[in-house]
Design a protein around this ligand. Structure first.
Ligand code: ATP
Ligand code: MG
Length: 286
């Protein structure tokens, strides 16, 4: 066998088991969402559901949806909530230049009654939106990000959006996402990868999300959608009046823990705060 190759990729489960990630939650900052990821415990011969109280820690969660469905707002709520706990949080902005993203974060903090001065030294921003060279050069971007995290050891990472890192290079989608996935796992970050869904067809499917086959790489996918009630069918399906705009939310999958599988109503308040509501089905059953 070639000398240059070694067997470092082979280890016993017992050895690997000495350093396992613990299954626990990290607060999302989104009302109604913390209870939707759960684990099961066995008590008195019965299986009981125990909510994690947030996103599964150490997970890479893709949030996808067509434009204006609340993806960035959810990311902001997560960043602000974690920064308020005193953690460094890191944002790679790919679409909006840093100043615009920060202005939006500042508004969101006000809406969440969080003092901006308490958190603005906890939010680490990598601006790949203003620098095309950085955006196009993934190894360089990872190097910059690595340096940033060395200086400010963040617990959470948001990339808004990963789709923006492989625009017009659809074939690169899986490769780029896999690299950032590996990066996040290695540093045991909890990450939100925001991805743009190309097609409004079948709003709540994760198909056409983030590029071909990206859903297989990430640990969990959340799909956001909006829909205008335009037919009698929709009217009775969602029990809403004609012309109304409804927002929908669904956890499409999560390989780390149990999760709610229902399609739920979602609200974006006037101050731009996302809240997850009741399942569509429970409204219909009333
Ligand atoms: N005060 C507010 N600030 C921002 N957005 C608000 C506010 N109030 C309501 N909204 C709604 O939230 C939407 C913005 O959501 P968001 O920016 O999170 O979209 P997105 O899913 O990230 O879209 P994109 O893919 O274009 O980035 C707006 O289009 C608007 O409908
Ligand atoms: Mg956005």
């Amino acid at each position: 066998m070639e000398e240059k190759w070694n067997n470092s990729g082979v280890r016993l489960a017992r050895e690997i088991g000495k350093d396992l990630p613990e299954l626990k939650g990290i607060a999302t900052g989104v009302e109604g969402l913390d209870e939707l990821f759960f684990t099961t415990i066995f008590k008195g011969g019965k299986v009981k559901v125990k909510p994690l109280g947030g996103y599964p820690e150490g997970g890479v969660i893709q949030i996808t949806g067509v434009p204006d469905t609340g993806k960035s707002l959810m990311a902001e709520q997560f960043l602000i909530t974690q920064a308020r706990f005193g953690n460094y949080v890191c944002l790679v902005t790919v679409e909006q230049p840093a100043a615009f993203y920060v202005a939006s974060l500042k508004q969101r903090a006000a809406a969440m009654s969080v003092k901006w001065e308490r958190i603005d030294d906890k939010i680490v921003i990598v601006d790949a939106a203003s620098d095309q060279d950085l955006r196009d050069d993934i190894p360089r971007l990872m190097h910059v990000l690595d340096g940033g995290l060395e200086k400010y050891p963040a617990k959470v990472l948001v990339i808004d959006s990963v789709t923006g890192l492989y625009e017009a290079k659809e074939m690169a989608a899986r490769n780029v996402v896999r690299q950032f996935y590996g990066f996040s796992k290695k540093r045991r970050l909890t990450s939100l990868f925001i991805s743009q869904k190309r097609s409004g067809h079948q709003e709540l499917s994760s198909e056409a999300a983030g590029g071909y086959g990206v859903g297989h790489i990430v640990d969990a996918t959340i799909v956001l959608a909006k829909k205008e009630i335009m037919s009698r069918y929709d009217q009775s399906l969602y029990a809403m009046p004609m012309g109304e705009l409804i927002r929908l939310f669904r956890i499409d999958g999560c390989r780390l823990c149990g999760h709610d599988t229902k399609t739920r109503f979602m609200e974006i308040t006037d101050s731009g705060i996302v809240k997850i509501g009741e399942p569509v089905s429970s409204k219909l059953n009333r």
